[in-house]
Write a protein that binds this ligand. Structure first.
Ligand code: MG
Length: 255
Protein backbone atom coordinates (compact mmCIF):
# COMPACT_ATOMS: atom_id res chain seq x y z
CA UNK A 1 0.00 0.00 0.00
CA UNK A 2 1.29 3.43 -0.92
CA UNK A 3 0.98 5.96 1.90
CA UNK A 4 1.00 9.72 1.43
CA UNK A 5 2.31 12.09 4.12
CA UNK A 6 0.89 15.44 5.05
CA UNK A 7 3.09 18.55 4.81
CA UNK A 8 3.29 18.45 8.63
CA UNK A 9 4.51 14.85 8.56
CA UNK A 10 7.10 15.71 5.93
CA UNK A 11 8.36 18.46 8.24
CA UNK A 12 8.56 15.84 11.00
CA UNK A 13 10.78 13.72 8.73
CA UNK A 14 13.42 16.44 8.41
CA UNK A 15 15.32 15.55 11.62
CA UNK A 16 15.75 11.95 10.42
CA UNK A 17 16.94 13.19 7.03
CA UNK A 18 19.35 15.64 8.59
CA UNK A 19 20.79 13.06 10.96
CA UNK A 20 21.25 10.45 8.23
CA UNK A 21 22.96 13.10 6.09
CA UNK A 22 25.33 13.95 8.95
CA UNK A 23 26.22 10.26 9.37
CA UNK A 24 26.93 9.86 5.66
CA UNK A 25 29.16 12.96 5.78
CA UNK A 26 30.98 11.62 8.85
CA UNK A 27 31.52 8.27 7.09
CA UNK A 28 32.89 9.93 3.97
CA UNK A 29 35.36 11.83 6.16
CA UNK A 30 36.34 8.82 8.29
CA UNK A 31 36.74 6.33 5.44
CA UNK A 32 40.46 6.11 4.65
CA UNK A 33 43.29 3.73 3.97
CA UNK A 34 43.95 1.72 7.15
CA UNK A 35 40.44 2.06 8.58
CA UNK A 36 38.60 -1.14 9.52
CA UNK A 37 34.96 -1.47 8.42
CA UNK A 38 34.09 -2.45 11.99
CA UNK A 39 35.47 0.91 13.20
CA UNK A 40 33.05 2.69 10.85
CA UNK A 41 30.18 0.61 12.24
CA UNK A 42 31.25 1.45 15.81
CA UNK A 43 31.47 5.16 14.96
CA UNK A 44 27.89 5.12 13.66
CA UNK A 45 26.72 3.10 16.68
CA UNK A 46 28.03 5.91 18.84
CA UNK A 47 26.37 8.62 16.73
CA UNK A 48 23.04 6.75 16.94
CA UNK A 49 23.31 6.48 20.73
CA UNK A 50 24.18 10.16 21.14
CA UNK A 51 21.29 11.23 18.89
CA UNK A 52 18.77 8.89 20.50
CA UNK A 53 18.00 7.48 17.04
CA UNK A 54 16.92 3.95 16.26
CA UNK A 55 18.82 1.73 13.83
CA UNK A 56 16.78 0.19 11.02
CA UNK A 57 19.46 -2.39 10.32
CA UNK A 58 20.60 -4.03 13.52
CA UNK A 59 17.52 -6.24 14.02
CA UNK A 60 16.66 -6.40 10.32
CA UNK A 61 15.87 -10.00 9.42
CA UNK A 62 13.97 -10.38 6.14
CA UNK A 63 13.11 -13.75 4.64
CA UNK A 64 16.25 -13.70 2.46
CA UNK A 65 18.61 -12.94 5.36
CA UNK A 66 20.46 -15.75 7.10
CA UNK A 67 20.02 -14.07 10.50
CA UNK A 68 19.46 -10.58 11.92
CA UNK A 69 21.87 -8.06 10.33
CA UNK A 70 23.55 -7.16 13.62
CA UNK A 71 25.30 -3.99 12.37
CA UNK A 72 24.04 -0.42 11.93
CA UNK A 73 25.23 0.32 8.40
CA UNK A 74 26.12 -1.37 5.14
CA UNK A 75 29.71 -1.21 3.91
CA UNK A 76 30.19 -2.59 0.41
CA UNK A 77 33.75 -2.66 -0.95
CA UNK A 78 34.82 -3.02 -4.61
CA UNK A 79 32.86 -5.90 -6.20
CA UNK A 80 30.36 -5.69 -3.30
CA UNK A 81 27.73 -3.09 -4.14
CA UNK A 82 24.70 -3.53 -1.86
CA UNK A 83 23.91 -4.82 1.65
CA UNK A 84 27.59 -5.18 2.56
CA UNK A 85 27.82 -6.63 6.06
CA UNK A 86 30.60 -4.79 7.96
CA UNK A 87 33.35 -7.28 8.78
CA UNK A 88 36.97 -7.32 9.91
CA UNK A 89 38.48 -5.69 6.82
CA UNK A 90 41.01 -2.85 6.66
CA UNK A 91 40.55 -0.50 3.69
CA UNK A 92 43.49 -0.39 1.28
CA UNK A 93 44.62 2.21 -1.24
CA UNK A 94 42.15 2.54 -4.12
CA UNK A 95 39.24 0.68 -2.52
CA UNK A 96 35.78 1.75 -3.70
CA UNK A 97 33.54 1.90 -0.62
CA UNK A 98 29.77 2.30 -0.68
CA UNK A 99 28.06 3.12 2.61
CA UNK A 100 24.31 2.81 3.07
CA UNK A 101 22.60 3.98 6.25
CA UNK A 102 19.01 4.19 7.45
CA UNK A 103 17.62 4.96 10.89
CA UNK A 104 14.57 6.43 12.57
CA UNK A 105 14.49 9.73 14.45
CA UNK A 106 11.24 10.68 16.22
CA UNK A 107 9.63 7.62 14.61
CA UNK A 108 10.40 8.61 11.00
CA UNK A 109 12.95 6.88 8.81
CA UNK A 110 15.47 8.32 6.35
CA UNK A 111 17.80 6.31 4.09
CA UNK A 112 20.86 7.42 2.14
CA UNK A 113 23.94 5.97 0.47
CA UNK A 114 27.21 7.26 -0.95
CA UNK A 115 30.22 5.79 -2.75
CA UNK A 116 33.77 7.06 -2.22
CA UNK A 117 37.27 5.93 -3.14
CA UNK A 118 39.87 5.78 -0.38
CA UNK A 119 43.45 6.73 -1.21
CA UNK A 120 44.47 6.88 -4.87
CA UNK A 121 41.43 6.46 -7.12
CA UNK A 122 41.18 4.66 -10.43
CA UNK A 123 39.71 7.02 -13.02
CA UNK A 124 37.16 4.39 -14.04
CA UNK A 125 35.86 4.22 -10.46
CA UNK A 126 35.54 8.01 -10.26
CA UNK A 127 33.63 7.90 -13.56
CA UNK A 128 31.28 5.19 -12.26
CA UNK A 129 30.58 7.16 -9.08
CA UNK A 130 29.99 10.34 -11.11
CA UNK A 131 27.58 8.53 -13.43
CA UNK A 132 25.68 7.08 -10.46
CA UNK A 133 25.46 10.55 -8.93
CA UNK A 134 24.14 12.02 -12.18
CA UNK A 135 21.55 9.23 -12.36
CA UNK A 136 20.42 10.06 -8.82
CA UNK A 137 20.09 13.75 -9.70
CA UNK A 138 18.15 12.90 -12.86
CA UNK A 139 15.80 10.65 -10.92
CA UNK A 140 15.24 13.22 -8.18
CA UNK A 141 14.46 15.90 -10.78
CA UNK A 142 11.53 13.78 -12.02
CA UNK A 143 10.08 13.31 -8.52
CA UNK A 144 7.35 15.92 -8.86
CA UNK A 145 3.55 15.93 -8.90
CA UNK A 146 2.01 15.14 -12.27
CA UNK A 147 4.90 12.95 -13.42
CA UNK A 148 4.58 9.18 -13.33
CA UNK A 149 6.61 6.76 -11.26
CA UNK A 150 8.54 5.38 -14.21
CA UNK A 151 9.57 8.88 -15.28
CA UNK A 152 11.98 8.60 -12.34
CA UNK A 153 13.08 5.13 -13.45
CA UNK A 154 13.51 6.18 -17.08
CA UNK A 155 15.63 9.20 -16.14
CA UNK A 156 17.95 7.00 -14.08
CA UNK A 157 18.17 4.35 -16.79
CA UNK A 158 18.89 6.93 -19.47
CA UNK A 159 21.98 8.14 -17.63
CA UNK A 160 23.15 4.55 -17.17
CA UNK A 161 22.64 3.57 -20.79
CA UNK A 162 24.35 6.73 -22.06
CA UNK A 163 27.40 5.63 -20.05
CA UNK A 164 27.21 2.10 -21.48
CA UNK A 165 26.03 0.55 -18.20
CA UNK A 166 23.35 -2.10 -17.85
CA UNK A 167 20.76 -1.88 -15.08
CA UNK A 168 19.65 -4.52 -12.57
CA UNK A 169 15.90 -4.28 -11.98
CA UNK A 170 15.75 -6.54 -8.93
CA UNK A 171 16.94 -4.00 -6.35
CA UNK A 172 15.93 -0.35 -6.53
CA UNK A 173 14.29 2.43 -4.60
CA UNK A 174 11.33 2.13 -2.24
CA UNK A 175 8.81 3.98 -0.16
CA UNK A 176 10.10 5.35 3.17
CA UNK A 177 8.10 6.34 6.23
CA UNK A 178 7.56 4.76 9.62
CA UNK A 179 9.63 1.80 8.35
CA UNK A 180 12.59 1.52 6.00
CA UNK A 181 10.93 -0.31 3.13
CA UNK A 182 7.44 0.42 1.82
CA UNK A 183 5.63 0.61 -1.47
CA UNK A 184 6.24 1.54 -4.18
CA UNK A 185 9.27 -0.22 -5.62
CA UNK A 186 11.20 2.33 -7.69
CA UNK A 187 13.17 0.49 -10.39
CA UNK A 188 16.33 2.01 -11.79
CA UNK A 189 15.11 1.70 -15.36
CA UNK A 190 11.73 1.74 -17.09
CA UNK A 191 9.54 3.43 -19.66
CA UNK A 192 8.71 7.09 -19.13
CA UNK A 193 5.02 7.87 -18.88
CA UNK A 194 4.18 4.57 -17.18
CA UNK A 195 3.22 3.83 -13.59
CA UNK A 196 0.96 5.73 -11.22
CA UNK A 197 0.83 9.51 -11.08
CA UNK A 198 3.11 11.02 -8.45
CA UNK A 199 1.29 12.98 -5.77
CA UNK A 200 2.44 15.39 -3.08
CA UNK A 201 3.17 13.46 0.11
CA UNK A 202 4.85 10.46 -1.49
CA UNK A 203 8.23 9.87 0.19
CA UNK A 204 10.65 7.52 -1.56
CA UNK A 205 14.26 6.47 -1.48
CA UNK A 206 15.77 6.86 -4.96
CA UNK A 207 18.89 4.73 -5.24
CA UNK A 208 20.70 4.03 -8.48
CA UNK A 209 23.51 1.50 -8.26
CA UNK A 210 25.59 0.28 -11.17
CA UNK A 211 28.42 -2.13 -11.88
CA UNK A 212 31.15 -1.53 -14.45
CA UNK A 213 30.49 -4.47 -16.75
CA UNK A 214 27.45 -6.46 -15.59
CA UNK A 215 24.05 -6.13 -13.93
CA UNK A 216 24.20 -9.58 -12.36
CA UNK A 217 24.90 -10.13 -8.67
CA UNK A 218 25.23 -12.99 -6.24
CA UNK A 219 25.03 -13.26 -2.45
CA UNK A 220 28.30 -13.63 -0.56
CA UNK A 221 28.78 -16.53 1.88
CA UNK A 222 28.01 -14.06 4.72
CA UNK A 223 24.35 -14.30 3.63
CA UNK A 224 23.99 -10.53 3.02
CA UNK A 225 26.62 -8.86 0.87
CA UNK A 226 25.67 -8.63 -2.82
CA UNK A 227 28.64 -8.88 -5.20
CA UNK A 228 28.95 -8.48 -8.95
CA UNK A 229 28.86 -11.71 -10.93
CA UNK A 230 32.01 -10.81 -12.87
CA UNK A 231 34.07 -9.17 -10.12
CA UNK A 232 33.66 -5.67 -11.52
CA UNK A 233 33.21 -2.83 -9.06
CA UNK A 234 29.99 -1.04 -8.21
CA UNK A 235 28.75 2.35 -7.02
CA UNK A 236 25.57 3.25 -5.12
CA UNK A 237 24.05 6.66 -4.38
CA UNK A 238 20.78 7.21 -2.54
CA UNK A 239 18.62 9.99 -1.16
CA UNK A 240 15.27 10.03 0.62
CA UNK A 241 13.04 12.41 -1.31
CA UNK A 242 9.63 13.85 -0.46
CA UNK A 243 7.43 14.83 -3.39
CA UNK A 244 5.85 18.17 -2.54
CA UNK A 245 3.60 20.58 -4.42
CA UNK A 246 6.77 22.62 -5.04
CA UNK A 247 8.71 19.62 -6.41
CA UNK A 248 11.26 17.24 -4.92
CA UNK A 249 12.49 17.87 -1.36
CA UNK A 250 15.72 15.94 -0.71
CA UNK A 251 15.40 15.12 3.00
CA UNK A 252 18.92 13.60 3.20
CA UNK A 253 20.69 16.47 1.39
CA UNK A 254 24.22 17.05 2.69
CA UNK A 255 25.69 20.54 3.19
MG1 MG B 1 19.64 2.72 1.78
Amino acid sequence: MIELRTPTQIEQMRPAGGFVASVITALSEAADVGVNLLELDQMVHQMIRERGAESCYIDYHPSFGASAFGKVLCTSVNDAVLHGLPHDYVLVDGDLLSVDFACAVDGWVADSALSVVVGTPRQEDLDLIATTGRALEAGVAQARPGNRLYDISAAIGEVAHAAGLSVNLQFGGHGVGRTMHGDPHVPNDGRAGRGFKLKPGLVIAIEPWFLHTTDEIYTDADGWTLRSADGSRGAHMEHTVAITADGPLVLTARD
